[in-house]
Design a protein around this ligand. Structure first.
Ligand SMILES: NC(=O)c1ccc[n+]([C@@H]2O[C@H](COP(=O)([O-])OP(=O)(O)OC[C@H]3O[C@@H](n4cnc5c(N)ncnc54)[C@H](OP(=O)(O)O)[C@@H]3O)[C@@H](O)[C@H]2O)c1
Length: 312
């Protein structure tokens, strides 16, 4: 099979042996695979994959058709349309995924859209609801809202009945985010728009002091992305006075048991939103596998609404 492959700090498309499904795994003919910030970090040598994942094939999410099943597979069979998160290896013609982390692809989603769902919607759902306990009517602030995770979070917030504010630095993207019916603002001076019950941090440490200022009493900050910086001084008295919670999370390094729970929550809480029309998958650009290097360049360039997806 061919796969996007990391060679000397760059992406090339080269031949690999076909993977074989182990117990509980599905072999999937991948039709679409989204790009994520972690792929870029991995290409640059800063984010080695966890044990068991292919070392040189990036890709944290995929959508495709089940080709064959390992032993002890019960939920899916050959021909089923599945999608899900993987610890690596998703950007290939064939990939394996454990059936417990796989989800059925809703009828409403074409392959390209489905390839952009698992990582960002799972991350956003987990951060907002499992980590931060976002509830109906609460005030939510999403930083970096035009990106893949941000667009998922904004839509999930609206679907849940939260009052959503979104920071977006690119003007054109800001207008597009505002079209979702949320308050879309320039990141500069965001703290003036508080108080917020939940803040989803997708940009980095530069926002932390402002986040604490803008947080409501009993508020929760969840740090999911630190692309713009990871180190900050904060005044812990603000954390105490507001009886605030500051927490962080990653998805990739979790054990399969926890990833399986996120997949079941996605099936129950998120996937119905595609059928009802509450949720869409904004795809800024898609590229055939052979043009994987161009897809990586597009992701790196930023100023995009939603996802960049490889069509395979
Ligand atoms: N912890 C986890 O498990 C987990 C899972 C998924 C993703 N992540 C991380 O979460 C972050 C968001 O992921 P994503 O897929 O949504 O990435 P993305 O699609 O690249 O979106 C990032 C967004 O943040 C904005 N941004 C970046 N730097 C900024 C800055 N200095 N000031 C203001 N806005 C800035 C970008 O705006 P421009 O377009 O203008 O650059 C873009 O809209 C990434 O850091 C990613 O690595 C973590």
């Amino acid at each position: 099979m061919r796969a996007a492959t990391i060679r000397d700090g760059r992406i090339e498309v080269v031949e690999h042996p076909d993977p074989e499904p182990q117990d509980g795994q599905l072999l999937v003919r991948v039709h679409a695979a989204g790009l994520n910030g972690a792929d870029l970090l991995q290409v640059a040598g800063h984010y080695p994959p966890p044990p068991g994942a292919p070392a040189d094939i990036p890709g944290l999410e995929l959508a495709g058709e089940v080709v064959s099943c390992g032993r002890r597979v019960g939920r899916f069979e050959p021909g089923d349309r599945v999608m899900g998160i993987v610890a690596g290896g998703g950007q290939a013609e064939l990939a394996v995924i454990h059936e417990r982390t796989a989800m059925p692809v809703p009828e409403e989603l074409d392959w390209t859209a489905a390839g952009g769902v698992p990582e960002v919607f799972t991350t956003a759902h987990d951060a907002l609801f499992t980590q931060a306990g976002l509830a109906v009517g609460e005030r939510l602030l999403v930083h970096g809202a035009a990106g893949g995770v941000g667009m998922a979070a904004v839509q999930l917030g609206v679907m849940t009945g939260a009052r959503v504010t979104a920071t977006v630095r690119n003007e054109q993207c800001r207008t597009q985010v505002a079209a979702l019916g949320v308050q879309a603002i320039d990141p500069e001076g965001f703290a003036d728009y508080g108080p917020f019950d939940v803040i989803l941090e997708l940009v980095g440490a530069q926002n932390l002091t402002g986040n604490l200022e803008a947080l409501a009493t009993g508020g929760r900050i969840v740090v999911i992305g630190v692309g713009a910086g990871a180190v900050s001084d904060i005044d812990l008295r603000m954390l105490m006075h507001k009886r605030a919670v500051l927490r962080g999370s990653t998805l990739r390094s979790r054990p399969i048991e926890e990833k399986a729970i996120t997949a079941r929550l996605m099936e129950k809480m998120v996937l119905p939103g595609f059928a009802s029309g509450d949720l869409i998958v904004p795809v800024a650009a898609s590229y055939p596998l052979d043009e994987a290097p161009a897809a990586y360049d597009r992701f790196k360039a930023g100023k995009k609404l939603g996802k960049v997806v490889l069509e395979i």
